[in-house]
Design a binder for this molecule. Structure first.
Ligand code: ADP
Length: 497
């Protein structure tokens, strides 16, 4: 029976899942990935550990599924996005640790590019805002801070890649240096309309063309693994950044479909079709995937603090012992009792974009209990999501018909019910909550012809529980008005931020 091996290289762990031809997970393995914090605002990982943990999970997942490498029809890869690695082409040795997406060391460089008036150029060509989050300035930093690296890069001796690229290099024994278009789209160096690296952007950021990988489609055979690595030559046929893979795995493949991944933060992506989206709300425009010659696009917005607010109830306040306990506590009261919690711990993103905003709890009275606070924290996740959905609908000019949910916090029924009430459309929790790995497997299976087309994949996607909106519109409006007022009062708090 043919199977697909999905490699899901995430920020905190490497995972591998084996899917059968009806997209059932039949083997899985996971290993934690150590984080390195050399100084405040810096986050690194050891590229060799990324590879070792990923390889180990691949072997374990196959063993758990009772399969050998020769039984695998294709490999799909999905990865933490923007994390940057530079290595020597000759030896395959990294010249330093991976700089993780969260790392802020290049914030000043980005501010400088903005101050020099380049923000609009980057926004137009890449769909992104000039921010340290993206890979480009991280590559330049490595070339400028590792002795001799810039000269060696110019001489063609070094290779840059995001984690997808690095894994493919390792899987092919150093034979293939590629990245897929979704990962390229997160570098600040890639023109998402033309689908090419952009010389002007490369020059501004300071990255020589000689280090860049070739850009390939997200689906289709791009390489074959070295026989010595897994014990057989397996086609690598699907590649996408984690959020795009989740969008594909959730079958949000027609304009207007939206998925939200409820994790530490929330990541919302709306499929917008085959033309590059522009946002009036500073949402990101990004490539959803490329299959064959067809490039599809998405709008992306994120909530910085979502499940992290639940972690704060647990670790900061000690209100609950485990994150999942929040649901029973919140359900012990009929509503938040007038409490409104704005978890703007690190400022607010779309649509407010205020780094000076800080967390606040409004409406506390003598009768307020920890249960009300728990409920308000869950509601805040849904309010923030609804704000972004509002921006997406306005930018794309389409109305939402349903929201597809995945991620750790999507297990919370109370949260998803409140989300459906706020949005006024059904919220559908995917039966397979590992949407990211599933999406990578679907891209890979499609790439080797295991499924004929997207329609066949639509037929394999399964809804889990569906949450129908049930709250009276007048009540929804009243709650939204309180939320909006609370947000406005939390803006601008931290004057020196
Ligand atoms: P990530 O991939 O961002 O690390 P996960 O998808 O594993 O996150 O989800 C973990 C996050 O979800 C944590 O922030 C945790 O507080 C939150 N979480 C987990 N279970 C629940 C739950 N039942 N209700 C609300 N939040 C939850």
């Amino acid at each position: 029976m043919p199977a697909i091996l999905a490699l899901d290289q995430g920020t905190t762990s490497s995972r591998a899942i084996v899917f059968d031809e009806v997209c059932r997970a039949i083997g899985m393995a996971q290993r934690e990935l150590p984080q390195i914090f050399p100084r405040s605002g810096w986050v690194e990982q050891d590229p060799e550990v990324i590879w070792a943990t990923q390889l180990a999970t691949a072997c374990e997942a196959l063993a758990n599924a009772g399969l050998r490498a020769a039984d695998v029809a294709a490999i799909g890869i999905t990865n933490q996005r923007e994390t940057t690695i530079v290595w020597e082409r000759a030896s395959g040795r990294p010249i330093g640790n991976a700089i993780v997406w969260q790392d802020r060391r290049t914030a000043d460089r980005c501010r400088q590019l903005e101050a020099d008036g380049h923000g609009e150029l980057f926004r137009q060509r890449t769909g992104l805002v000039l921010d340290a989050y993206f890979s480009g300035t991280k590559v330049a930093w490595l070339l400028d801070h590792v002795p001799g690296a810039r000269e060696r890069a110019q001489a063609g001796e070094l290779a840059f890649g995001t984690v997808d690229s690095w894994l493919i290099w390792k899987l092919t024994g150093g034979a293939v240096h590629v990245t897929d278009v979704t990962n390229a789209a997160r570098t600040l160096l890639f023109d998402i309309s033309r689908g090419e690296w952009d010389d002007q952007l490369l020059e501004l950021v300071g990255v020589p063309r000689a280090v860049l990988p070739a850009v390939v489609a997200s689906s289709g055979v791009v390489a074959t693994t070295d026989a010595d690595v897994l014990g057989a030559r397996i086609p690598i046929a699907g590649i996408a950044g984690d959020q795009q893979a989740a969008l594909f795995g959730q079958r949000c493949t027609t304009p207007g479909r939206v998925k939200n991944t409820y994790g530490t933060g929330c990541f919302l992506l709306m499929h917008t079709g085959t033309s590059v989206p522009t946002s009036r709300h500073r949402l990101l425009g990004t490539v959803a995937w490329r299959t064959g010659d067809r490039t599809e696009y998405a709008l992306e917005g994120s909530v910085f603090i979502a499940g992290a607010a639940i972690q704060w109830l647990r670790d900061g306040l000690g209100l609950i012992a485990r994150a999942e306990d929040v649901e029973a506590l919140a359900a012990s009261v009929p509503d938040a009792g007038g409490v409104c919690f704005v978890p703007a711990f690190t400022g607010l993103g779309a649509p407010h974009w205020d780094p000076q905003a800080r967390g606040a709890v409004f409406g506390i009275s003598r009768g307020t209990t920890r249960a009300h606070l728990a409920r308000a924290a869950l509601e805040a996740i849904a309010f923030q999501t609804a704000d972004i959905v509002g921006c997406m609908q306005a930018d794309a000019g389409v109305a939402l018909t349903e929201l597809r949910a995945d991620g750790g916090a999507s297990r919370n029924d109370l949260l998803l019910q409140f989300q459906a009430d706020l949005l006024g459309v059904p919220v559908v929790r995917a039966a397979q909550t590992e949407s990211t790995a599933l999406g990578a497997a679907m891209l890979a299976g499609l790439g080797v012809g295991m499924w004929p087309d997207g329609a066949a994949l639509d037929g394999l996607w399964r809804a889990g529980r569906v949450f129908e909106p049930s709250m009276a519109a007048s009540k929804v409006d009243a709650l939204k008005a309180v939320w909006t007022e609370a947000v406005s009062r939390s803006l601008g708090w931290q004057r020196d931020a």
